[in-house]
Design a protein around this ligand. Structure first.
Ligand SMILES: *Cc1c(COP(=O)(O)O)cnc(C)c1O
Length: 387
């Protein structure tokens, strides 16, 4: 299923972007506002309810006092902190302004006109944007049960395939591939195809058959694993991501990145965050408690929830007028509970909810119960008060 690039007809007499650029539908971030509501709970972008480590906040504040110097273009402090935390060689790490930059660097380094990048049906939207921006051709592999399907991906490989993007676990579905499946995917790819394993939610996964892909990234010539500080580390505002891979891949990406792509506050806060293992543990424990609670409570209301291993849940709504995902979103927003519509991911009947604070989680469950019971969003006592 190779998507045809749909560029509008060229307009004579003015500069035109190269093919692919105007076929991009700009990424629409999760909402952060609920008009007219005093207390808003943002559960739309998988940010952590715990916030960043105090040590990261202190490092950020200190860095803010010295802004006249250029940052260290090779991100040494951050790469060394990551390497120490993960037990790997800093030379095999590249840092980026969020993993978004990492994903774009890979696309720009490995895709040219007509080159194909495969990703899955409900995969992270940045893969398509990065592919089109690089002039490549997006190729979409069907999923099975909202989960990546290795055979479907392998069936789409052609001589023009250069990249395969796989989010594991995936956003917005929350599903994952066990590592033997990831290995089977890698084994089935030609050696000149780069497999990009996006492990943005890796820290949250509590499954014995899950691995991030670090070992493949270190032991093969064609696997890159990317990570982010935006999720469990709570530094989304600073834009910090990284990747580990074969030396030749890291070298290619380093050649095309901006010389100062990381700012100093981000480098120092990131280094402090990854060293604070206790804070990460706390976030994992919070998620382990509330992910199953939310899943169970929402299912008890008669709604289907896709089993998630990450810090969010995908909630499926019926088609029935009055009970749709869109109407649920409007209802929740009126109570200051901001979830994420995922129609752009091919899931028009679902909403994605980030696991929030205890208060937010309970308010959402109470609100969904009222919504399913056909009550009014502004019903007495419910607006903004704890359940
Ligand atoms: C949130 C997320 C990222 C992280 O993006 P950043 O640019 O690092 O904030 C990467 N991949 C997936 C699948 C995500 O959901």
């Amino acid at each position: 299923m190779s998507a045809v690039l749909k560029d509008p007809a060229p307009t004579a007499g003015r500069p035109e972007p190269r093919p692919g650029v105007l076929a991009i539908q700009a990424y629409v971030p999760g909402k952060s506002h609920a008009p007219g509501v005093e207390k808003v709970f943002k559960l739309s972008s998988n940010e952590t309810p715990l916030g960043p480590s105090d040590k990261a906040l202190a490092a950020f504040a200190a860095a803010g006092l010295k802004l006249q110097d250029y940052p260290d273009g090779s991100a040494t402090v951050l790469r060394e902190a990551i390497a120490k935390a993960q037990g790997l060689d800093p030379a095999r790490i590249i840092c980026g302004a969020g993993s978004d930059e990492i994903l774009n660097l890979v696309a720009h380094a490995y895709l040219g006109p007509g080159d194909e990048a495969i990703f899955t049906e409900h995969g992270f939207l940045v893969y398509k944007i990065a592919t089109l921006a690089a002039g490549g051709v997006p190729v979409v592999a069907p999923e099975r049960d909202l989960t990546a399907d290795v055979d479907a991906i392998l069936a789409l490989v052609t001589p023009r395939t250069r990249l395969v993007f796989l989010a594991n676990p995936n956003n917005p579905t929350g599903t994952y591939l066990p590592f033997d499946e990831v290995r089977r995917l890698h084994a089935g790819l030609p050696s000149n195809v780069l497999l990009v394993l996006d492990a943005a939610y890796a820290e949250y996964v509590r499954r014995n058959d899950y691995e991030t892909g670090l070992e493949l990234a270190l032991s093969t010539e064609n696997v890159l694993m990317s990570r982010t500080f935006s999720k469990i580390h709570g530094l989304a505002a600073l834009r910090v991501g990284w990747a580990v891979g074969p030396a030749h891949v890291i070298d290619a990406m380093n050649r095309i990145r901006g010389p100062f792509n990381m700012n100093t506050p981000a480098l120092l806060a990131g280094a402090a965050a990854i060293a604070d293992a206790a804070h990460v543990e706390q976030a994992v424990a919070h998620n382990e408690r509330w992910l199953p609670w939310l899943t169970g409570q929402i299912e008890a209301l008669g709604l289907k929830v896709t089993p998630s291993v990450a810090n969010f849940v995908l909630i499926h709504f019926p088609d029935t007028p009055g009970r749709t995902a869109k109407e649920a979103d409007a209802f929740l927003t009126r109570r200051g509970l901001v979830l994420r519509q995922v129609a752009s991911y091919g899931l028009p009947n679902a909403l994605r909810m980030t696991v929030g604070s205890e208060e937010a989680n309970q308010l959402v469950v109470a609100a969904l119960a009222d919504f399913m019971a056909g009550k009014d969003a502004t019903a007495k006592g419910d607006a903004g008060s704890p359940a």
